[in-house]
Write a protein that binds this ligand. Sequence first.
Ligand SMILES: Nc1ncnc2c1ncn2[C@@H]1O[C@H](COP(=O)(O)OP(=O)(O)O)[C@@H](O)[C@H]1O
Ligand SMILES: Cc1ncc(COP(=O)(O)O)c(N)n1
Length: 259
Amino acid sequence: MRKILAIAGSDCSGGAGIQADLKTITSHKMYGMSVITALTAQNTTGVFGVMESTPDFAAKQLDAVFSDIYPDAVKIGMVSSKTLIEVIAEKLAEYKAKNIVLDPVMISTSGSKLLNDDAIETLKYKLMPLADIITPNIPEAECLSGIKIKNKQDMEEAALKISKNFPGHILIKGGHLEDSSDDLLFHDGMFSWYNHEKIKNTNTHGTGCTLSSAIACSLADGFTVAESIFNAKNYLTGALNYNLNLGKGRGPLNHCWNI
Ligand SMILES: Nc1ncnc2c1ncn2[C@@H]1O[C@H](COP(=O)(O)OP(=O)(O)O)[C@@H](O)[C@H]1O
Ligand SMILES: Cc1ncc(COP(=O)(O)O)c(N)n1
């Protein structure tokens, strides 16, 4: 049994965050664990409140997990604040966590801030160095690179810029592109494109959370990063195609389409 840890925020409406992570992990027939960094009051239409875990309590959760059921891979999502990031980075280093996928969650699809402005530098310099792969969407890649992204060429430029401070795999997700959903992987000086047509479906709440958890599952199974992205995109495409059409806004995915 592969064991996957998700470090992320809770989405009470079940489409994104920890809930999406655990559903994804279970659909991969793996054992999911969760360190909750924040509670959010949100649904398919927006985020109405955030209550952060204290850094001490996040540390206690990390100790409880790592000292008992050592994870084969770790997915990190919403980390909310500077002090939470510091504690997470410290604990991941202390326990020598492996196969770390960092989704640098900053703003929800509905436009709410999920990372404090003063935490961005800490994310860049304390958490990113521990990750094997980071998976920014276009607005997050703009923030990490300082480059405005309007097309695929800008995505390549942004990846190059981010790579100056991060030697791991950089996956810039293209879900926010207008005419395709092509994702760009940059590693070791090489660009690889995962091309995908845009599925005509507005129910995309939690796509990023789902993709990063699915990548963590394949890494835990021993696939390379490039193979893990390919597998994760297949899983995500199924979850988008078999969408549930729930809620009044951007609805959730169907995580159980494959079981
Ligand atoms: N309408 C869509 N059709 C196909 N793939 C999509 C669609 N929307 C998002 N994706 C894919 O979902 C994943 C998450 O992308 P994105 O929506 O950019 O991230 P986030 O949820 O972090 O904003 C990417 O692999 C992207 O290509
Ligand atoms: C707790 C939590 N974590 C992450 C997201 C981002 O997901 P999305 O980009 O689909 O809004 C979210 N909305 N809520």
